[in-house]
Ligand binder design. Structure first.
Ligand code: MCA
Ligand code: AMP
Length: 504
């Protein structure tokens, strides 16, 4: 039987070749990958997972967690990874909306998550980051021969939630071919081969660490060193035996500040990729001055996988995200009329190609609203294409903050703050931050007589929102600036508080 994505992964897998190494010295070959993903797929089927069922996963990063993703692909399930920072309040929404058959959690979260899963009729099993948990116990009893479930190019492989500008998060439905076509394109574009060794320091619940980093490695038969999280000392040490690093701009900001970043330290590396948020030109230049390497910046979205990339050979220009990837069409249009703007002019970036998702889970109207009649997806990013064809992202048409590569939708944070006693209203903005790129910042108007302060606002958010969404600062004002239409002028606030996090 054919399984569109896994057949390609299997074809690239030499059972003897190394696949994953962890920093504590554990190793998995491609043969181990085939074996464990088969056993886990068998365990999923035993637990009642049928083709098309969602399997929600909130576990710490580990080789077994990656194998679980592959097991879902093999079992024809829809993998639904969840940020480990999400609170129970946030999980309740995802589980209620996606209605997974099965939820896999870290043992420490079992009690809290079980109460939610019970409510929505989902079963719960555990997986820890040290090779234990009830799911692995079951996998241990399953066969290493698993007949992969038939899946075609358009069948769903994953749903990744991406926060909406209004209302709740939307589940982006990604098909087998969305993932496979993009990973194959990136493998070729970035010249990946089985000789590569990736420093994998990104989380594996988002597109960057899960699909870009892992699928590209798998399709090349390359290997990776799996770090539980990014650490500049560790990354520099590993550069002696690795060839590629993929990271968000914060990785590179921290590396540039590190005294150990030198030409010698990076001499064995072939490629440094950055994405998920804008890489400052000064970081690009600083890195290049210290190492001689030009960071390769690319641009993507959960809904579209990767759209553009700076060239492998040719100029990697700071402040640009390069050219449309082969097979992907990128255009810049006037946001209102939908008509293409002249070269060099700013407009809405739209994309079309095999990389673009199948729509938002159970939200046909929202899906329809984000596509043009000719099939182009409206990204919400503002950009321009220069005379050499390089795409520049110059802003966002959507109210979004990106902090350390994580997206935060201000509306979600504002709704939580506005619901607190003593608050009239709030505006949440992103302000330049030396480490995270943008720092989430709340500007709050209190009710007359209320003594609510910064601490109280932050404490109130503790169990409601993941830590990275919580404001780094809360500032109180008499009134929010508004335009004549009564709309809050966030640009004025961003200007007023622009140097809040500036290093003095
Ligand atoms: C951690 N904290 C954060 C963030 N990460 N706050 C804001 N933004 C963040 N991103 C909090 C911690 O909870 C902690 O809070 C404090 O900040 C300092 O933590 P620290 O130890 O410095 O953080 P870290 O563990 O080193 O993490 C920073 C990080 C990490 C390495 C940048 O956030 C990260 O790996 N980000 C990558 C995100 C990513 O993969 N994005 C791709 C999305 P306290 O001390 O108060 O408890 S996919 C995507 O966007 C598209 C498709 C694309 O194009 O790729
Ligand atoms: P996500 O919803 O997590 O997939 O984030 C996608 C968003 O991240 C895009 O719509 C962009 O706003 C932003 N993004 C990703 N890569 C880049 C980049 N290289 N430069 C600027 N913004 C980026």
């Amino acid at each position: 039987m054919s399984n569109h994505l896994f057949d390609a992964i299997r074809a690239a897998a030499d059972p003897q070749a190394p696949f994953i190494e962890t920093t504590d010295g554990r190793r998995w070959s491609y043969g181990d990958m085939l074996d464990l993903s088969a056993r886990l797929a068998g365990a999923l089927v035993t637990l009642g997972v049928s083709p098309g069922d969602r399997v929600a996963v909130q576990v710490e990063k580990s080789p077994e967690a990656l194998m679980l993703y592959l097991a879902c692909v093999r079992a024809g399930a829809v993998y639904l990874p969840l940020n480990t920072a999400y609170t129970l309040a946030e999980l309740d929404y995802f589980i209620g909306d996606a209605e997974p058959r099965l939820v896999i959690v870290a043992p420490k979260s079992l009690d809290g998550v079980r109460a939610i899963a019970d409510k929505y009729g989902a079963r719960v099993e555990t997986l820890d980051d040290a090779g234990g948990g009830s799911l692995l116990d079951l996998a241990g009893k399953a066969s290493a021969d698993f007949a992969d479930i038939e899946r075609g190019p358009d069948d769903l492989a994953a749903i990744l939630y991406t926060s909406g500008t209004t209302g709740r998060s939307k589940g982006a439905m990604l098909s087998h071919d969305n993932l496979l076509s993009n990973a194959a394109t990136l493998r070729d574009h970035w010249r990946f081969s089985s000789a590569d060794r990736l420093i994998h320091a990104l989380p594996i619940f988002h597109t960057h660490g899960l699909f870009v980093a892992s699928n590209v490695t798998l399709l090349s038969g390359a290997s990776m060193i799996l770090l539980s999280k990014f650490d500049a000392d560790e990354a520099l040490r590993l550069m002696q035996s690795a060839s590629v690093l993929m990271g968000v701009p914060t990785f590179y900001v921290r590396l540039v500040q590190h005294p150990g970043l030198t030409r010698e330290a990076t001499a064995k590396m072939r490629l440094f990729v950055s994405g998920s948020a804008p890489l400052l030109a000064e970081t690009h230049r600083g890195f290049s001055e210290k190492t001689g390497h030009a960071i390769l910046e690319r641009y993507g979205m959960t809904e579209t996988n990767m759209n553009t990339s700076n060239p492998y050979e040719g100029d990697r220009i700071a402040g640009t995200v390069g050219f449309a990837l082969p097979g992907v069409s990128v255009r810049v249009v006037d946001a209102d009329s939908g008509k293409p703007v002249a070269d060099g002019e700013t407009g809405m970036i739209e994309v079309k190609g095999p990389n673009v998702f199948k729509g938002y889970w159970r939200m046909p109207e929202k899906t329809a609203a984000e596509f043009r009649a000719d099939g182009f997806f409206i990204t919400g990013d503002l950009g321009k294409i220069d005379e050499r064809g390089y795409v520049h992202i110059v802003g966002r048409g959507k109210d979004l903050v990106i902090s350390g590569g994580y997206n935060i939708y201000p509306k979600e944070v504002e709704s939580e703050i506005d619901a607190m006693p003593g608050v009239v209203e709030s505006a949440v903005i992103g302000v330049p931050h030396p480490d995270f790129g943008e720092g989430v910042t709340a500007i709050v108007v209190r009710e007359a007589g209320s003594d609510i302060d910064e601490r109280a606002v932050l404490d109130g958010l503790q169990d409601r929102l993941a830590r990275y969404k919580q404001p780094k600062r809360v500032i109180f004002v008499e009134d929010l600036p508004r335009n004549t239409m009564g709309k809050v002028q966030k640009n004025v606030l961003r200007q007023t508080y622009g140097d809040l996090y500036a290093v003095k």
